[in-house]
Design a protein around this ligand. Sequence first.
Ligand SMILES: CSCCC(=O)/C(O)=C/O
Ligand SMILES: [Fe+2]
Length: 181
Amino acid sequence: MKAYYFDNVEGDQRLPHFDSALPPVSQSDLAKYGVLYWHIPIDQDGNWEQAIDQIAAERSYKNRDIINVSKTGLGDLYESKIKSFFEEHMHEDEEIRYILDGAGFFDVRSPQKDEWIRVHVDQGDLLVLPAGIYHRFTLDEGDYIKAMRLFKDEPKWTPYNRSADTDANQHRVTYLQTFAA
Ligand SMILES: CSCCC(=O)/C(O)=C/O
Ligand SMILES: [Fe+2]
């Protein structure tokens, strides 16, 4: 995992958009914004599965599935899914992704200054975005990610795109009350 401020330069969303002149963003900075991270290497003896099971039990993640975001994995839905993942949105529950293969970028909005922070994830990274955080996702230039999605309830993906209505959503309001102070 590598986190840094997004450079806000127009261009291919799959490029790093890294500017070394901007200050670094650490794992503890992310935690201050409610974004949690673990690295659990995928090993042959299955220890990673036990580690995921333990975190899932501790955090009440009862369900899981696997998503393959690539042209072959999504087929006819590829273009529309890539577009919708990159629309700025929030969810009313946590977004939990464990990266099994490939790589991509989650962009999260800092709660105080509303700046984009870009988080590059690849194999073995487990990222938890809190309910109410504005974010978006894109593949990187590898054009492929396979991720386990974990859920507290039934598997679903309900995005609320950024708008005045979504700003007033109780999960958004609670997120800001908790993390923007
Ligand atoms: C790496 S999983 C694909 C992106 C996704 O599931 C999501 O919810 C983006 O916000
Ligand atoms: Fe999302």
